[in-house]
Design a protein around this ligand. Structure first.
Ligand code: G4P
Length: 529
């Protein structure tokens, strides 16, 4: 077998994805059930929730512990039939949403979990926006059918309207809550009966088609009639499922089930491995990189710091984009030009972290790092390319960061710089008064920064309030218009870490006025434009 064949075979069998949801919809439970099917774990309850519980916001040790868990579950790799599956975990707590956005740049598709009673919730909406920006294929799993919830047709309408994507049910629930009898698998034309059980898989009834009398005897005549009516309606309303629009990120297949009861999960997984994309081509600033290219390339999408102050080491998580990553081969860190070799790259298989000799496109390797990497860095066999698509979003909360120990200003500088490299938050420097502003998604990140600056760098800081609505990146083809704007708004101008102009708007009204008054300027709410 030639090496090219091996490479394409390895690529074709890989499925790298993330499960996303609003907290409590069932992401952890679903992940665990997928691992059960993959034989990666043998008993439910083995996966610890990566959730940082809401009550823990002020309990630092608790957060530390939970962050520890999140390293272990950062990537879950396992084999399922001929497929190699990599699930990338995303933090459950919404204050770490920025981490989740970045993880989404490293996946080839996504499964969204929605609670049947709650429908589409705020965080799901936001994460879907990121998927839409990147045309990421999504499959939706409507969870908790064993509980009372909304009418499935109503849920489909809501998914379509709120997530702004066409939907197509590939399974259909029979009853709900106490009357939940099972699902009809539209994709495979089979009937699965519900038996509440957290460990075992449900019972499948062999049927020829939906008119088979075995349907009536399995679920009773009234439910069978209802099911046939529903399916007729579905055929009428939704076009037949076609994989192309799904792969283009325009159509989301929908499955129904109950993760807790391991129900509808295998159907989801079986369909997922068939239709979900293998590693896709990835854009760099210079060209598109094809996974089957012989030479290795990859990028850092996440850096996980070791919280032990005696070991200032990190793990940089690299997504392999092309070729084969080999242990001890020399690779070029494009930003710094350094040639680096990695003697102990790790990967996660069946919940175990192992040193790996090679990794293929779609795989994630963890590289021990002592400060050589920043989020977004590219590794290659020598080519000068830069992977795109790690946008920063305008933060939701802003605070001035002030040094409280003048003897430690160097440590503070260094700490802030390294934490920003890790992507913990965003730094803007106000051009008017030179003060540093930290922008985050949630309050918890400020606590993380303060704690880590003290414990890892010995630097003390204090937060001071600043009332800001949004930070937006501005640009214009007309240098005079840009200069005029910067002059008018000089008190509210800042630069980001890359030296780009950022306008700090203190209210929506001010922002709208600025947009009206300066039509030649473009205002961006993500750093990727
Ligand atoms: P998350 O990661 O999306 O935040 O959600 P997680 O899986 O932790 O699930 C949130 C809660 O919903 C858990 O209950 C879980 O047991 C429950 N759950 C998940 N799937 C189903 C389902 O299909 N049916 C029902 N009825 N419940 C489901 P909890 O009480 O918060 O936690 P735990 O004490 O059970 O761990």
């Amino acid at each position: 077998m030639s090496t090219t064949t091996t490479l394409t075979q390895e690529i074709d069998r890989r499925r790298t994805f993330a499960i996303i949801s609003h907290p409590d919809a069932g992401k952890t439970t679903l992940t665990e059930k997928l691992l059960l099917f993959g034989g990666a774990i043998h008993i439910a309850g083995a996966v610890k929730s990566n959730k940082i519980k809401k009550t823990a916001t002020s309990d630092w040790m608790e957060i530390e512990k939970q962050r520890g868990i999140s390293v272990a579950t950062s990537v879950m790799g396992f084999n399922y039939g001929d497929y190699k599956i990599n699930i990338l975990d995303t933090p459950g707590h919404q204050d770490f949403a920025e981490d989740t956005y970045r993880t989404l740049t490293a996946v080839d598709s996504v499964i969204i979990v929605v609670d049947v009673a709650k429908g589409v919730e705020q965080q799901t909406r936001k994460l879907m926006e990121v998927c839409r920006m990147r045309n990421t294929p999504v499959i939706i799993f409507v969870n908790k059918l064993d509980r009372e919830g909304r009418d499935p047709f109503e849920i489909l309408d809501e998914l379509e309207a709120e997530l702004k994507i066409a939907v197509r049910p590939l399974s259909w629930p029979i009853g709900i809550g106490a009357r939940f009898k099972g699902v009809y698998n539209i994709y495979e034309h089979s009937l699965d009966l519900f038996t509440p059980d957290k460990q075992k898989v449900s019972e499948r009834v062999e049927i020829d088609n939906i008119d088979d009398p075995r349907v009536d005897s399995a679920i009773g005549a009234p439910a069978a009639t209802q099911l046939r009516d529903d399916l007729e309606l579905i055929q009428g309303v939704y076009p037949a499922f076609n994989v192309e629009p799904y792969l283009e990120g325009k159509l989301a297949p929908v499955f129904f089930g109950s993760a807790l009861n391991t129900f509808g999960v295998k159907e989801l997984l079986d369909c997922f491995v068939k239709i979900a994309p293998a590693p896709r081509p990835v854009a760099t600033e210079e060209r598109i990189v094809q996974p089957a290219e012989e030479k290795f390339s990859g990028f850092v999408f996440k850096i996980h710091a070791n919280m032990d102050p005696n070991h200032r080491s990190c793990i940089a998580f690299v997504k392999v984009c092309s070729g084969c990553f080999m242990r001890n081969n020399p690779y070029r860190q494009v930003r710094t030009g350094k040639v680096m070799k990695f003697s102990a790259p790790t990967a996660f298989m069946a919940q175990k972290k192992n040193i790996v000799d090679e990794a293929y496109p779609g795989d994630i390797v963890g590289l021990p790092d002592t400060g050589n990497f920043k989020i977004g860095d590219t590794l290659t066999e020598g080519e000068d390319i830069h992977f795109k698509g790690l946008p920063s979003f305008s933060p939701e909360m802003f605070k001035y960061i002030e040094n409280t120990d003048p003897m430690k200003s160097k440590q503070l500088e260094k700490g802030i710089q390294q934490l920003m490299d890790e992507g913990v938050a965003q730094l803007f420097v106000n051009q008017f008064n030179g003060r540093k502003i930290i922008g985050t998604v949630g309050q918890l990140q400020f606590e993380v920064i303060q704690y880590r600056l003290l414990h890892e760098y010995g630097a003390q800081c204090r937060w001071e309030p600043i009332s800001l609505y949004k930070a937006c990146w501005i640009e214009s083809d007309d240098p005079e218009a840009l200069a005029a704007f910067k002059k008018r708004k000089h008190q509210f101008m800042a630069v980001d870490r890359d030296g780009r102009d950022v306008f700090l708007a203190d209210s929506n009204y001010v922002l709208q006025m600025a947009q009206n008054d300066f039509p030649k300027l473009r205002f961006h709410f993500t750093s990727e434009f």
